[in-house]
Ligand binder design. Sequence first.
Ligand code: NAD
Ligand code: UDP
Length: 330
Amino acid sequence: MSKERVLITGAAGFLGSHLCDRFMKEGYYVIGMDNLITGSMDNIAHLMGQEDFEFHHHDVTKYVHISGDLKYILHFASPASPIDYLKIPIQTLKVGAHGTHNLLGLAKDKKARILVASTSEVYGDPLVHPQTEEYYGNVNPIGPRGVYDEAKRFMESITMAYHTYHKLETRIIRIFNTYGPRMRLNDGRVLPAFIGQALRGEDLTVFGDGSQTRSFCYVDDLVEGIYRLLLSDYAYPVNIGNPDEITISEFAEEIIKLTGTAQKVIYKDLPKDDPKQRKPDTTKAQELLKWSPKVNRAEGLKITYDYFKSLDREKLFQTEHKDFEKYSKK
Ligand code: NAD
Ligand code: UDP
């Protein structure tokens, strides 16, 4: 019997590549699609040439054609780090809007179920804490983060419209800060930024006074949540993230301890609209999916640090993240 086929967009990215691995393990035929704007073929090199995997180098904002059946579509293509979407704002808006529209059209044509990757950024700089799925958010549509936040809000909206109007089977996941191997060392997100700085012997740059909070989820836990949500019958948004909240200052201290660096923390301006607090309320995921995170931060950080240490030194010194200040001027 031929295998069920799944299309994963953003396949060469951090999360997309882990999803490809998971679906291959579950016995699916995986079609990965990516235009490599922020991703890297290194992330899926181990899958290339395998008989149950194929890769399409394609921009999903252009018409997407796949021949044959599709059981599932997972739409993960989108710049995801603040530095990326500040650098490529129009592409970020287009992949959330045109890209999602194209994939919903494909799902309708193939009678496939589609799961779209939304984000805690739909809550903006949240005034409700922790964030439940019922909270509508506090987003600045014309601020620097608006291109990402509003693209994702539009994505949720058009996905629900296809669900109600075309009776399409849809799933919406709101992903909170996730980390693990295959993050790009220079993508500007806080974890690769801090670990990269420690490995290069630079001081760790905390933005603002470091009292802002985040809640970091290890990638394997997230992938499990995605898998369970896809197979569930729930069409409304579900938060997936680790509720273990920490300030960015405390996080910097944890990285200093983990890496044993002799460097110190230095403080830089807080980027505009940087959320002051973020923590998922995961009651829905627990009740509907019987999901809760299993990997604590100490374990997850150790695995991630080992991964970054194993990279070529050349990658370590591609310090594109330093552009952040240029792109995040108030
Ligand atoms: P990533 O940058 O590593 O991966 C995104 C991938 O999408 C890249 O490989 C990129 O080349 C590809 N891509 C972008 N635009 C494309 C286009 N037009 N056509 C085809 N491919 C395109 O980022 P990630 O962390 O893996 O994020 C994946 C998804 O998860 C994104 O939709 C992001 O918004 C969402 N998300 C991630 C996090 C997180 O903490 N990692 C949190 C919330 C939401
Ligand atoms: N941050 C920091 N130093 C850095 C990079 C990020 O202090 O070198 C802060 C950033 O201002 C934010 C938090 O770390 O408050 C998380 O940033 P990230 O870019 O990882 O993701 P966000 O949750 O803001 O989308």
